[in-house]
Design a protein. Structure first.
Length: 309
């Protein structure tokens, strides 16, 4: 009995002596991860959180932290360490930069990456190849029958008298940076008879109307990665002439944190590189249409792609 007691006492002393040092050597962080108050931001922040935790980081979940200005300020002040941002927002962060640079995916990313690093010590990681900007979506039937893949195709179709009836918010229809910008860039013009204007900017409303063919509508104002696009069987037309700024999501990190943990880039870059336009549409749809949680959608995706075991 005395021998057993001595063995147990020795084990306890060894545990007390070595466990704290082992823990401090393996746990990294904490890393405070935030996001904006939107479906896509929630999914992306959960992917960041799950990947960091799987790689030994202590992570504080601050998803849904606030609007763009709030999360941005929280990152700059050190309240947040990382959150998903969009390259096109560089136009608002750095208004003195050339305005045309934001319509080019690589040019916009390179510009905001360089400016944010030099002025704010903020590091932009790999963006997803998915543009979440103002767009025009058409029914899959129209896209197939008229062979529409881009706004160049739409312009040609409209100009030969093809049937198009588009629904959009008053802002989308009248703002110089929205539909008129598309029309100017691609050389077409929709008459009042070809437009249905609504007061709301809710793209779920416009996309549903196009999907159901309400009053002959077959095209709609949309955002590139809207979750309801795939559910409504719509096709987002590409904008090869860059009429709209490119909004590709990317994790942005405080310089001090990524300097301490440079492996964060290698952990997150492959994940964001895998997120195509149709992938984000589908993932957003699992929340908007199917009612799943952001954490479950993120987890299942990371498992399916082999990023998590």
């Amino acid at each position: 009995m005395k021998n057993v007691f001595r063995i147990l006492l020795t084990a306890c002393l060894l545990t007390a002596t070595f466990l704290p040092s082992c823990k401090s050597a393996t746990v990294k962080g904490p890393i405070v991860v935030g996001s904006k108050i939107d479906t896509e931001g929630a999914i992306l922040s959960q992917m960041v959180i799950l990947m960091l935790r799987a790689n030994g980081f202590d992570v504080v979940d601050k998803s849904g932290f606030g609007t763009t200005s709030i999360v941005r300020q929280a990152l700059l002040s050190g309240e947040l360490d990382i959150y998903p941002e969009y390259t096109g927002n560089g136009a608002f962060f750095f208004p003195s930069a050339p305005s045309n640079v934001w319509s080019d995916a690589q040019g916009g990313y390179d510009t905001v990456k360089q400016l944010d690093l030099s002025q704010n010590d903020v590091v932009w990681l790999q963006p997803a190849p998915a543009n979440n900007t103002w767009a025009i979506a058409v029914t899959s039937k129209l896209a197939s029958e008229a062979k529409l893949a881009s706004l160049i195709d739409l312009a040609s179709y409209v100009n030969i008298g093809g049937y198009v009836k588009l629904i959009g918010s008053d802002e989308f229809v009248t703002s110089a940076v929205a539909l008129p910008k598309f029309e100017q860039a691609y050389g077409f013009n929709l008459t009042s008879a070809q437009l249905v204007t609504v007061s709301s900017g809710d793209t779920a409303q416009t996309e549903k109307a196009a999907s159901q063919g309400t009053n002959g509508i077959n095209a709609a104002m949309a955002y590139g990665t809207d979750g309801s696009i795939s559910a409504f069987k719509l096709v987002v037309l590409a904008d090869p002439r860059g009429a709209q700024p490119v909004y590709e999501p990317a994790p942005i990190v405080r310089g001090a944190k990524i300097t301490k943990y440079p492996e964060i880039a290698a952990i997150l870059n492959p994940v964001f590189d895998s997120l195509s336009l149709t992938t984000l549409q589908t993932l957003n749809g699992k929340i908007v249409v199917d009612g799943l949680t952001a954490s479950s959608v993120a987890h299942d995706y990371l498992i399916s792609k082999g990023f998590l075991k």
